[in-house]
Write a protein that binds this ligand. Structure first.
Ligand code: ADP
Ligand code: MG
Length: 602
């Protein structure tokens, strides 16, 4: 057999190979062309496609245009106006810089590019079909550039086979335009797609420049605008800003997670992990957060040139990026608390849709700390809820009405009754507050346990008589295996037989009632789901389970004092609007909403 000789590839073949990376599918053409328009400083970009971009992809902009003399060069591989030498790569701020898109594209499709620069008498056009120049000359054109791409992969039929259905390609194009539009609010975009399903609304939209809420509504949803908070955090030369969906605004897919590094949409493991961790405690299991986030870093600390399409990046200090994102989001999500009295004038909830109102809220602890001892001044001891904050309210029983009248009502109001052993009904300044007592107590207990665990010490109470619990063999094994971890969260449990364990100490925060039930439920859960891999996460899971199974259960009568204590604790608890499983802990009905329900004053 003869040894194959090494040969240099013809430039055209090299272009086609490069095209495989840059022009993967029609949506990647749309991305490359829009990025060129953005780099050219366009303020309006219009996109049209036919047949999912295979028959036609057309992008027009009003950017600075291309000088007629440069038109030929623009189609050549590694020809770019954006960087000059390798050191520029360290600080690259343009979206493109590899000089590959037009060369790649014109090697696998019929490309016609027309452009004019400011102040020139006429524009210029250049047409290249599958790498062959077919026409070049002057053309009338406004300042800006129009790229018309037809018959994608006409000369490589094999590549066409890899394309998905027209509908799929259309929705990918739709996504690309939306994704890019979020990072450039000052630029107007429009998209028109002809083809199957062309009548569908998603195939046609216009996003006028500068109207931010309208864009967020069109690209994400109206509810995202209502159920998100603005984030703006800086540390040294790092900045994170944008909108984060509240934990109760979640989705089944990750399709509304938009993350940009220096204006470039990217996917990255480190970033994904930091965000998931920040939401871990408050997100409903198996659901996904919604956000639009922009991370701005000095260009020199992020390498964008790790992938031809540049949707992956490499951070010089990944740990710092991770901690900055996690810390910033964590802080913002934690500030989400029950609505404050100062927001009493917020729009009334409709009667049909009670809402848990979230706000980044200042705690009312600035109240003068007068200590009251009402009729229920001593804790009945049933519910191990000891208010650690705001003595002004902690012992206030609803019978102390005269005193109440002289004070501002706290955000979650005062308890008036317990409904079917499940819900606490309370009255605040705006109207009715309904609290799921188990969910709320669970969150309060969890956050307290977490705070203690963070200080390496969960305070425990020794049981006078150790509680004997019958369990399965697997559960008893688990107790043996996890003894140390259980102790770290305040549970001292020992195996005392094949199928028996003995509980000697429990977290001081938990009620001594139902210990058997708590341990049985906890072990059953651990046996079924196992403990998660990560140590920090594992401890949180355990704390959450302990809090869940150790919190007040339904059908337990609470005194008004206990109820009020719980309400006060909620006001001082991080993430109080959601239980550990991401379910809401309370709803409020403003008087206006109740009046509506009864057609009062109509
Ligand atoms: P890159 O964007 O990496 O520089 P491209 O192949 O995408 O490479 O484009 C080559 C060059 O053509 C660009 O550097 C730019 O000078 C010019 N160009 C392409 N599209 C436009 C446009 N829409 N407006 C102005 N100039 C453009
Ligand atoms: Mg480019």
């Amino acid at each position: 057999m003869s040894v194959p000789r090494v040969k240099r590839l013809a430039a055209f073949v090299a272009d086609q190979i490069a095209a495989g990376e840059v022009v993967e599918r029609p949506s990647s053409i749309v991305k490359e062309l829009i990025e060129n328009s953005l780099d050219a400083g366009a303020t309006q970009i219009d996109v049209r496609t036919e047949a999912g971009g295979v028959a036609l992809t057309w992008v027009q902009d009003n950017g600075h245009g291309i000088d007629a003399q440069d038109l030929e060069l623009a189609f050549e591989r590694h020809a770019t106006s954006k960087i000059v030498d390798a050191k520029d790569l360290l600080g690259v701020e343009s979206l493109g810089f590899r000089g590959e898109a037009l060369a790649s594209l014109s090697s696998v499709a019929r490309v016609k590019l027309s452009s004019a620069i400011a102040g020139s008498a006429s524009g210029a056009v250049r047409e290249v079909h599958g790498g062959k120049l077919v026409h070049q000359g002057p053309i009338a054109h406004n300042q800006g550039t129009t790229v018309d791409v037809r018959d994608l992969f006409f000369n490589i039929p094999a590549r066409r086979k890899f394309l998905k259905t027209q509908r799929t390609e259309m929705s990918r194009i739709d996504q690309v335009v939306r994704r890019l539009s979020l990072a450039h609010m000052g630029v107007g975009f429009s998209l028109q797609q002809a083809g199957e399903n062309a009548s569908s609304k998603a195939r046609r939209f216009a996003l006028p420049a500068g109207r931010i809420n309208e864009r967020l509504t069109q690209v994400l949803s109206k509810s995202f605008v209502d159920e998100s908070v603005v984030i703006e955090e800086s540390r040294d030369d790092y900045r994170l800003h944008g909108w984060v969906g509240l934990p109760n605004h979640h989705r089944r897919q990750t399709d509304q997670q938009f993350f940009y590094v220096n204006g470039r949409a990217i996917t990255d493991k480190v970033v994904g992990h930091a965000i998931r961790q920040a939401y871990a405690d408050v997100m409903f299991h198996g659901r996904h957060a919604v956000f639009v986030l922009f991370l701005e870093l000095p260009p020199a600390v992020v390498d964008v040139n790790v992938h031809p399409t540049k949707h992956e990046v490499r951070f010089r200090d990944a740990r710092r990026v991770h901690d900055f994102i996690f810390g910033s989001l964590n802080r913002v999500l934690r500030e989400v608390r029950p609505d404050a009295v100062e927001n009493a004038s917020a729009p009334a909830n409709t009667a049909q849709e009670p809402t848990t109102q979230y706000n980044t809220w200042k705690s009312p602890s600035a109240q003068p700390g007068l200590v009251l001892s009402g009729p229920g001044g001593s804790n009945s001891g049933l519910l191990p809820l000891v208010a650690e904050h705001s003595p002004a309210w902690s012992v206030l029983d609803s019978t102390s009405k005269t005193l109440q009248a002289h004070m501002d009502t706290p955000p979650l109001g005062f308890a008036i009754a317990q409904l079917h052993g499940v819900y606490i009904l309370a009255q605040n300044q705006q109207g009715l507050v309904m609290v799921d007592m188990h969910a709320a107590h669970e969150r309060v207990t969890y956050e307290k346990l977490k705070a203690q665990a963070a200080k390496q010490y969960v305070s425990r109470q020794r049981l006078l008589v150790p509680a004997h619990v019958d369990v399965s063999v697997a559960e008893a094994d688990l107790v043996e295996d996890m003894a140390e971890q259980l102790q770290a969260v305040g549970l001292v449990v020992e195996r005392v037989g094949q199928q028996a364990v003995s509980v000697r100490e429990i977290p001081a925060l938990l009620s001594q009632q139902d210990i058997q039930l708590m341990i049985t439920d906890l072990l059953a859960e651990l046996a079924e789901f196992g403990a998660s891999e990560e140590i920090s996460r594992r401890q949180l899971d355990l704390l959450a389970s302990v809090a869940c199974h150790g919190s007040v259960r339904a059908n337990r009568a609470l005194s008004l004092l206990e109820m009020n204590t719980l309400l006060r604790e909620m006001e001082h608890t991080e993430n109080a609007g959601l239980c550990n499983h991401g379910r809401p802990t309370y709803f409020t009905y403003a008087m206006e909403a109740l009046d509506k329900l009864f057609y009062r004053g109509q």
